[in-house]
Each structure stands twice: as structure tokens, then as C-alpha cells.
Write a protein that binds this ligand. Structure first.
Ligand code: 3NM
Length: 223
């Protein structure tokens, strides 16, 4: 992406909902939660089908297509996690990968014209992500999370000051343990967006949870 689109992307990444069917009670529950979160104002959705109870094959394509169409109708950015073929198959807006999800240079080449997000846990990883042409960086876990069993140690919101002071200028999306309670301080510390799984998927009212999260984020961004 070009520099002129930085602010636009920063806005689009504000409330970044991440989910797969394994984060929900069933594929039908997944569809309902995605629809409610979109109605609640999420600005980006990442389809992340991973780990125990993940659906595969045709079912996975069906879920991705459903989410893509829902996102398209409301101008929500649609990103696929760590599956280049699926990203291409459903013509998603972009791909998100972790540090160990393959050769980052090849992935950048294969995602030309699409948005590429790369996860980073440290300043060195963030610099590397920027050097390889990421469009945004996913930074986490910020707080403790029980959603990702192999998550690293929480890094806290101080990492955003560290990244900005070191000259990283890409949009930064915080992930890990984010909720209505701690999102304001996270955005105020310098994150462009908040990526969230359980605070939406486990909420009794995903639409209302999304509305609250979005208004908190926008308030923090206004400063
Ligand atoms: N990635 P919740 S933490 C998918 O640190 C994911 O890169 C992380 O779930 C990272 O919002 C995480 O429920 C889980 O804490 C986020």
C-alpha cells in the first residue's frame, strides 16, 4: 500500500475482529456472531480457522465466503489468516501471517495488491516486518490471553511507545487479552487498532460488545 493510504488503513483497522468456527459453538453460531459483530461496527474481520475443532476443506471455504460477503456489504475489510490459497480462492482484501508462517518475502510477492499484516512480538520482529513490506503489524500479546494456547508472554502497552520511538511508522494493531476495560489505554499508548477474539465471541451480545469497543477506540483515537 502507498503512504497516502496510511491514515485510511489506520482507520480501517480500528476494531479488528478475529474469529473462526472453533471460537464459536458451531458453524451456525460463527455465522451469527460475525453478522452481529458487523452490525455492531467492526471495521476489519480476520477469518482465522486454526487449531482444535477448526473446520477444513469445503466447509472452510463456505465460512470464508460467508464472512467475505457479509464484510463486503458493510465495507468491512476482510482478511484471511495464514492461508494464501484460501485468500486467493475467496479474493479476500488481504492476508495476515505470523513470524513462522513461511517465507515472508515469497508471501509479500504473492500478496501484491493485497493488504499484508505480519505479527510481531518484539521491536526486532516489527522492524523485520516493516523491512519486508508489511502494510500493518499485529503486536501481541499485549495482555494475558487464554484464547491462543501457544501465545508468548504479554508485552504490555509500553511496546507501542518503544515501536514509535524506534521509528516504526506502519499502522499497529494490538492483540491479546483486549477488552472494553483495557482498550482505551491500549489505543492511547499508540496502537491504531484493537484485534479481539473472546471479548466479542464470548460476549452474550456480540453486537453490543462491538459497539462499546468501537466507541471506546474512536474516543481514544480522538485523544
Ligand atoms: N494472536 P483474545 S494473541 C490470535 O500475540 C492471537 O499474536 C496473538 O484472543 C498474538 O482477544 C491471540 O481472546 C489471541 O485474547 C487473541
Amino acid at each position: 500500500m502507498q503512504n497516502s493510504t496510511h491514515n485510511e488503513l489506520s482507520q480501517k483497522l480500528s476494531l479488528y475482529f478475529v474469529a473462526g468456527t472453533m471460537n464459536c459453538e458451531s458453524p451456525d453460531a460463527f455465522k451469527k456472531i460475525v453478522a452481529e459483530a458487523i452490525n455492531g461496527g467492526i471495521t476489519t474481520f480476520q477469518y482465522r480457522e486454526k487449531g482444535e475443532n477448526a473446520v477444513t476443506g469445503q466447509k472452510q471455504v463456505e465460512m470464508a465466503m460467508y464472512a467475505k460477503e457479509m464484510c463486503k456489504a458493510k465495507d468491512v475489510l476482510f482478511i484471511v489468516n495464514d492461508d494464501l490459497e484460501l485468500m486467493k480462492a475467496v479474493d479476500a482484501d488481504g492476508l495476515h501471517v505470523g513470524q513462522s508462517d513461511g517465507n515472508l518475502d515469497t508471501i509479500r510477492e504473492e500478496t501484491k495488491g493485497k493488504i499484508l499484516g505480519i505479527s510481531a512480538h518484539t521491536l526486532a520482529e516489527a522492524k523485520d516486518a516493516e523491512a519486508r513490506g508489511a502494510d500493518y503489524i499485529g503486536v501481541g500479546p499485549i495482555f494475558a490471553t487464554s484464547t491462543k494456547p501457544d501465545a508468548e508472554e504479554p508485552v504490555g502497552t509500553g511496546i507501542f511507545h518503544e515501536l514509535r520511538n524506534s521509528g516504526i511508522s506502519l499502522p499497529l494493531v494490538a492483540i491479546g487479552g483486549l477488552s472494553v476495560e483495557n482498550t482505551f489505554e491500549t489505543i492511547s499508548a499508540g496502537a491504531d487498532g484493537a484485534a479481539i477474539i473472546s471479548a466479542i465471541t464470548l460476549s452474550e451480545d456480540p453486537k453490543q460488545a462491538s459497539q462499546k469497543l468501537l466507541s471506546t477506540i474512536l474516543q481514544a483515537k480522538r485523544g
